[in-house]
Design a protein around this ligand. Structure first.
Ligand code: NI
Ligand code: MN
Length: 232
Protein backbone atom coordinates (compact mmCIF):
# COMPACT_ATOMS: atom_id res chain seq x y z
CA UNK A 1 0.00 0.00 0.00
CA UNK A 2 1.23 3.45 -0.90
CA UNK A 3 -0.18 6.56 0.73
CA UNK A 4 0.66 9.88 -0.94
CA UNK A 5 -0.09 13.22 0.74
CA UNK A 6 -0.77 16.33 -1.36
CA UNK A 7 -0.89 18.68 1.62
CA UNK A 8 -4.03 19.70 3.57
CA UNK A 9 -6.36 16.63 3.78
CA UNK A 10 -5.72 15.36 0.27
CA UNK A 11 -4.41 11.81 0.04
CA UNK A 12 -4.04 9.09 -2.56
CA UNK A 13 -4.11 5.42 -1.60
CA UNK A 14 -2.62 3.01 -4.11
CA UNK A 15 -3.56 -0.50 -3.03
CA UNK A 16 -1.44 -3.61 -3.61
CA UNK A 17 -4.09 -4.64 -6.16
CA UNK A 18 -3.53 -1.31 -7.97
CA UNK A 19 -6.76 0.46 -7.09
CA UNK A 20 -6.22 4.19 -7.04
CA UNK A 21 -8.20 6.07 -4.43
CA UNK A 22 -8.27 9.80 -3.81
CA UNK A 23 -9.57 11.40 -0.62
CA UNK A 24 -10.49 15.10 -0.44
CA UNK A 25 -8.50 16.00 -3.59
CA UNK A 26 -7.89 19.71 -3.00
CA UNK A 27 -5.12 20.15 -5.57
CA UNK A 28 -5.27 23.14 -7.94
CA UNK A 29 -6.03 25.79 -5.28
CA UNK A 30 -3.93 24.08 -2.61
CA UNK A 31 -0.94 26.35 -1.88
CA UNK A 32 1.07 23.46 -0.45
CA UNK A 33 0.58 21.18 -3.47
CA UNK A 34 2.71 21.62 -6.57
CA UNK A 35 1.43 18.56 -8.43
CA UNK A 36 -0.68 19.55 -11.47
CA UNK A 37 -4.24 18.26 -11.12
CA UNK A 38 -4.01 16.93 -14.70
CA UNK A 39 -1.54 14.31 -13.44
CA UNK A 40 -4.10 12.78 -11.09
CA UNK A 41 -6.62 10.12 -11.93
CA UNK A 42 -8.51 7.65 -9.79
CA UNK A 43 -10.88 4.71 -9.65
CA UNK A 44 -12.63 6.06 -6.57
CA UNK A 45 -12.78 9.53 -5.04
CA UNK A 46 -14.02 10.01 -1.47
CA UNK A 47 -15.17 13.38 -0.18
CA UNK A 48 -15.55 13.95 3.57
CA UNK A 49 -17.63 17.14 3.27
CA UNK A 50 -18.68 19.94 0.94
CA UNK A 51 -16.09 22.61 1.75
CA UNK A 52 -13.96 23.74 -1.17
CA UNK A 53 -10.71 22.72 0.55
CA UNK A 54 -11.97 19.09 0.55
CA UNK A 55 -14.35 18.66 -2.37
CA UNK A 56 -11.62 20.51 -4.26
CA UNK A 57 -10.94 19.06 -7.72
CA UNK A 58 -13.02 15.91 -7.16
CA UNK A 59 -15.48 16.66 -9.96
CA UNK A 60 -12.80 17.62 -12.49
CA UNK A 61 -10.77 14.47 -11.80
CA UNK A 62 -13.88 12.27 -11.88
CA UNK A 63 -15.06 13.82 -15.11
CA UNK A 64 -11.67 13.29 -16.77
CA UNK A 65 -10.72 9.87 -15.41
CA UNK A 66 -14.15 8.28 -14.94
CA UNK A 67 -13.68 7.84 -11.19
CA UNK A 68 -16.69 7.02 -9.05
CA UNK A 69 -17.40 9.75 -6.49
CA UNK A 70 -18.42 8.71 -2.98
CA UNK A 71 -19.77 10.94 -0.23
CA UNK A 72 -22.78 11.45 1.97
CA UNK A 73 -26.19 10.96 0.38
CA UNK A 74 -26.55 14.75 0.02
CA UNK A 75 -23.17 15.29 -1.64
CA UNK A 76 -23.82 12.30 -3.89
CA UNK A 77 -27.11 13.86 -5.02
CA UNK A 78 -25.19 17.08 -5.78
CA UNK A 79 -22.64 15.14 -7.87
CA UNK A 80 -25.40 13.30 -9.72
CA UNK A 81 -27.02 16.63 -10.59
CA UNK A 82 -23.72 17.64 -12.20
CA UNK A 83 -23.98 14.51 -14.36
CA UNK A 84 -21.27 12.62 -12.49
CA UNK A 85 -21.35 9.00 -11.39
CA UNK A 86 -21.69 8.88 -7.63
CA UNK A 87 -22.56 6.63 -4.70
CA UNK A 88 -24.04 8.03 -1.51
CA UNK A 89 -23.78 6.56 1.96
CA UNK A 90 -24.19 7.68 5.54
CA UNK A 91 -22.65 7.37 9.00
CA UNK A 92 -22.18 3.76 10.08
CA UNK A 93 -22.70 2.37 6.60
CA UNK A 94 -20.15 0.44 4.57
CA UNK A 95 -19.60 -0.06 0.87
CA UNK A 96 -17.48 -2.75 -0.72
CA UNK A 97 -15.47 -2.15 -3.86
CA UNK A 98 -13.06 -4.54 -5.64
CA UNK A 99 -10.33 -4.68 -3.04
CA UNK A 100 -11.49 -2.29 -0.39
CA UNK A 101 -14.24 -1.94 2.18
CA UNK A 102 -15.13 1.59 3.23
CA UNK A 103 -17.09 2.63 6.30
CA UNK A 104 -18.39 6.14 6.81
CA UNK A 105 -17.90 7.43 10.35
CA UNK A 106 -18.91 10.58 12.19
CA UNK A 107 -17.04 13.88 12.22
CA UNK A 108 -17.89 17.00 14.20
CA UNK A 109 -17.91 19.68 11.52
CA UNK A 110 -20.22 21.32 8.96
CA UNK A 111 -20.62 20.28 5.34
CA UNK A 112 -22.38 22.84 3.16
CA UNK A 113 -21.09 22.98 -0.40
CA UNK A 114 -19.62 26.47 0.00
CA UNK A 115 -18.57 27.30 -3.56
CA UNK A 116 -22.03 27.20 -5.18
CA UNK A 117 -23.84 30.57 -5.63
CA UNK A 118 -26.12 29.78 -2.76
CA UNK A 119 -24.73 27.31 -0.25
CA UNK A 120 -25.93 23.79 -1.03
CA UNK A 121 -26.64 21.43 1.86
CA UNK A 122 -23.97 18.72 1.96
CA UNK A 123 -25.56 16.74 4.80
CA UNK A 124 -23.22 16.02 7.67
CA UNK A 125 -19.44 15.97 7.62
CA UNK A 126 -17.85 12.54 7.90
CA UNK A 127 -14.68 10.52 8.11
CA UNK A 128 -13.87 7.23 6.38
CA UNK A 129 -12.30 3.94 7.40
CA UNK A 130 -10.68 2.12 4.49
CA UNK A 131 -10.10 -1.58 5.03
CA UNK A 132 -7.59 -3.07 2.60
CA UNK A 133 -7.45 -6.69 1.38
CA UNK A 134 -4.73 -7.51 3.92
CA UNK A 135 -7.00 -6.28 6.73
CA UNK A 136 -5.09 -3.05 7.39
CA UNK A 137 -7.34 -0.12 8.15
CA UNK A 138 -6.71 3.53 7.40
CA UNK A 139 -8.88 6.15 9.13
CA UNK A 140 -9.22 9.53 7.41
CA UNK A 141 -10.87 11.78 10.00
CA UNK A 142 -11.89 14.57 7.60
CA UNK A 143 -12.34 17.93 9.32
CA UNK A 144 -13.41 17.35 12.90
CA UNK A 145 -13.22 18.39 16.48
CA UNK A 146 -12.51 15.89 19.22
CA UNK A 147 -15.49 13.62 19.93
CA UNK A 148 -15.89 10.66 22.25
CA UNK A 149 -16.87 8.21 19.49
CA UNK A 150 -13.21 8.36 18.51
CA UNK A 151 -12.61 6.27 21.62
CA UNK A 152 -15.68 4.09 21.78
CA UNK A 153 -16.59 3.54 18.14
CA UNK A 154 -13.49 4.26 16.08
CA UNK A 155 -10.87 3.15 18.59
CA UNK A 156 -12.57 0.19 20.23
CA UNK A 157 -14.71 -1.17 17.40
CA UNK A 158 -13.08 -0.23 14.09
CA UNK A 159 -9.48 -0.27 15.42
CA UNK A 160 -7.66 1.49 12.58
CA UNK A 161 -3.94 0.83 12.08
CA UNK A 162 -3.18 4.23 10.59
CA UNK A 163 -5.03 7.44 11.49
CA UNK A 164 -4.90 10.62 9.41
CA UNK A 165 -5.76 13.38 11.88
CA UNK A 166 -6.18 17.15 11.49
CA UNK A 167 -3.98 19.24 13.79
CA UNK A 168 -4.39 22.74 12.32
CA UNK A 169 -6.80 24.20 14.92
CA UNK A 170 -9.37 26.96 14.19
CA UNK A 171 -11.51 24.85 11.79
CA UNK A 172 -10.63 21.45 13.28
CA UNK A 173 -8.89 19.97 16.31
CA UNK A 174 -5.64 21.63 17.25
CA UNK A 175 -2.57 19.65 18.33
CA UNK A 176 -3.64 19.32 21.98
CA UNK A 177 -6.99 17.74 21.12
CA UNK A 178 -5.39 15.69 18.33
CA UNK A 179 -3.07 14.18 20.97
CA UNK A 180 -6.14 13.09 22.94
CA UNK A 181 -7.78 11.80 19.75
CA UNK A 182 -4.68 9.76 18.90
CA UNK A 183 -4.62 8.22 22.39
CA UNK A 184 -8.33 7.38 22.19
CA UNK A 185 -8.07 5.86 18.70
CA UNK A 186 -4.78 4.17 19.56
CA UNK A 187 -3.59 3.27 16.05
CA UNK A 188 -0.04 2.11 15.30
CA UNK A 189 0.66 5.20 13.25
CA UNK A 190 -0.66 8.74 12.97
CA UNK A 191 -0.12 11.04 10.01
CA UNK A 192 -1.00 14.67 10.83
CA UNK A 193 -2.89 16.69 8.21
CA UNK A 194 -4.85 19.95 7.69
CA UNK A 195 -2.02 22.23 8.89
CA UNK A 196 0.33 24.80 7.33
CA UNK A 197 -1.74 25.06 4.13
CA UNK A 198 -2.74 28.59 5.14
CA UNK A 199 -1.33 30.98 7.80
CA UNK A 200 -4.45 30.54 9.99
CA UNK A 201 -3.72 26.83 10.50
CA UNK A 202 0.02 27.05 11.07
CA UNK A 203 1.35 24.34 13.40
CA UNK A 204 4.63 22.59 14.10
CA UNK A 205 3.93 18.86 13.56
CA UNK A 206 7.27 17.99 15.19
CA UNK A 207 5.99 19.11 18.59
CA UNK A 208 2.91 16.90 18.12
CA UNK A 209 5.18 14.01 17.12
CA UNK A 210 7.57 14.49 20.05
CA UNK A 211 4.80 14.53 22.66
CA UNK A 212 2.78 11.64 21.22
CA UNK A 213 5.83 9.41 20.77
CA UNK A 214 7.05 10.24 24.26
CA UNK A 215 3.71 9.46 25.91
CA UNK A 216 2.58 6.47 23.80
CA UNK A 217 3.95 3.77 21.50
CA UNK A 218 2.19 5.39 18.53
CA UNK A 219 4.54 6.36 15.70
CA UNK A 220 3.93 9.75 14.05
CA UNK A 221 4.81 10.00 10.38
CA UNK A 222 5.29 13.57 9.16
CA UNK A 223 5.03 13.76 5.39
CA UNK A 224 5.98 16.64 3.13
CA UNK A 225 3.37 17.53 0.49
CA UNK A 226 3.93 15.20 -2.48
CA UNK A 227 5.66 12.60 -0.31
CA UNK A 228 4.59 8.94 -0.19
CA UNK A 229 4.45 6.62 2.80
CA UNK A 230 4.78 3.01 1.74
CA UNK A 231 3.96 -0.13 3.69
CA UNK A 232 5.40 -3.56 2.90
NI1 NI B 1 -14.22 21.95 6.40
MN1 MN C 1 -11.00 21.96 5.89
Amino acid sequence: MKLRWFGHSAFEILTDENSKILIDPFISNNPSCNIPVEELEADLIFVTHGHADHLGDAMEIANRSGALLVGTHEISVFFSKQGLESEGMNIGGSLRFDDIKVTMVDAKHSSDIDFTDEMTCGGTACGFIFQLENGRKIYHAGDTGLFTDMKTVIGEIYKPDIALLPIGDRYTMGPEDALIAAKWISPQKVIPMHYNTFPVIEQDPNIFKEILEEETSIKVIILNPGETYQEY
